[in-house]
Every structure is written in structure tokens, then in C-alpha cells.
Write a protein that binds this ligand. Structure first.
Ligand SMILES: O=C(O)CCC(=O)C(=O)O
Ligand SMILES: [Fe+2]
Length: 203
């Protein structure tokens, strides 16, 4: 199925050997926020169905971008500087797409039931007009894009070593999701690179 024109799927962004090597490096380097983050829905507090880690470029004075994905108010997530493996992939992403990226949220989908429900990325902290660039590693999982108000969706299997670019307009007009699966699958890691304008020192 055809993707919207501001999106791009580069299946062989990394070759298979590089994808495996980066997966091992990311698994070794990244500690996720523990316990799993929680959110409230209809008055009930539940854990997110995946693990997350927040990384960004830090200045010498310790200031850094913050992406408040969960609401405009503090507290915002705890950020750490990007590890060398994340910097390395960030540079490859920018070389392939032209998109500058100063932050990376790592998502870890350990089991098939781990997922992300349909959502728009919150853009209040984004550089206006920027795209979200996602590198997938590990298990291949089904991504879906669904136009607001539509029932049909576009499905895409995000394979290890692929790069998906979600354009600004598509993020507004469509919601996106990673579907759960009842199959017994290996873990998947996604590196979601963004260019964030808000800094912790602005808040
Ligand atoms: O894991 C993915 O590929 C998508 C993650 C996502 O949509 C997000 O972190 O906002
Ligand atoms: Fe998203």
C-alpha cells in the first residue's frame, strides 16, 4: 500500500549483519526506566505496555532538549546523554534523511503483547515541520497508520535494520500504532529520533 508522500520506508537502511550488531550494542548499552512508566486511563493507573529510555544531546552546562510526550506540564522524563551507539545511528539517520535529530526515545517491546496504541506524536516540543525517524531492531513488528476518521489502515512490517520516516503532516492527519501479536516473538527495539525545540531550561 502507498505511503503518504511525507513518509518514507527504507527497508535496508542497515544490512542484516549491522542490524544484529546494533541490536546487541543497544541491548548492552541502554537501561530502561524502571519500573515501567504508568499512565491513567478512565481513572485507572496502568503500566505502559513497553519499556522506554530517554536520551538527548547535552550541553556542557547540563541543559538538554525535552520531549514532553505525556502532557505539557512537568515532570518530564529523566534524560541522559545519547550513548555512542545512539549517536552513531543518529548520524546515519541524518545522512539518509536530512532530518537533524537531537533526541532519541528508545522503546523496548519485550513480548508480543507489548505494543503502542494508536496515537499522534505530541508536537508541542518539536521543531516546526520536522519528521520522526524510527530505526527498528530485533523482531519484525506490524506498524499501522490510520487516517483520523477512517476505518481502513495502512500496514507495514517494520523489519530489523529498517528506517521509517513519519512526516509532520502525516503525524497530524493519521494516528500510528505498533500492533500486539499473540505469537511467541523475540524482543523488538525502536529508536525514535526527533528534533526537539524545547529545552529543560525553558520550563
Ligand atoms: O516503536 C515504534 O516504531 C513506534 C514508536 C512510537 O510511535 C512512539 O514512540 O511514539
Ligand atoms: Fe509515535
Amino acid at each position: 500500500m502507498e505511503l503518504p508522500s511525507d513518509c518514507q520506508y527504507i527497508e535496508a537502511f542497515l544490512d542484516a549483519t549491522a542490524a544484529e550488531r546494533y541490536l546487541r550494542e543497544v541491548v548492552t548499552a541502554i537501561d530502561y526506566v524502571k519500573p515501567r512508566l504508568q499512565y491513567s486511563i478512565f481513572g485507572k493507573v496502568v503500566s505502559l505496555p513497553r519499556d522506554k529510555a530517554f536520551r538527548a544531546d547535552f550541553e556542557k552546562d547540563g541543559s538538554h532538549p525535552v520531549y514532553r510526550y505525556n502532557g505539557k506540564q512537568p515532570p518530564y522524563p529523566k534524560y541522559l546523554p545519547m550513548e555512542p551507539v545512539l549517536l552513531d545511528l543518529r548520524d546515519k539517520v541524518t545522512a539518509a534523511t536530512g532530518q537533524r535529530c537531537n533526541s532519541c526515545v528508545v522503546n523496548f517491546y519485550q513480548k508480543g503483547k507489548d505494543k503502542i496504541g494508536y496515537h499522534h506524536d505530541k508536537v508541542w516540543d518539536f521543531e516546526e515541520g520536522s519528521s520522526v525517524c524510527t530505526v527498528s531492531l530485533g523482531e519484525c513488528r506490524r506498524f499501522r497508520l490510520k487516517r483520523v476518521g477512517a476505518s481502513a489502515s495502512i500496514g507495514l512490517d517494520l523489519s530489523p535494520g529498517s528506517l521509517f520516516v513519519l512526516g509532520w503532516d502525516t503525524n497530524q492527519a493519521y494516528r500510528h500504532a505498533i500492533m500486539p501479536t499473540s505469537q511467541d516473538v523475540a524482543p523488538r527495539v525502536s529508536l525514535t529520533y526527533r528534533h526537539i525545540a524545547t529545552r529543560n531550561t525553558d520550563l
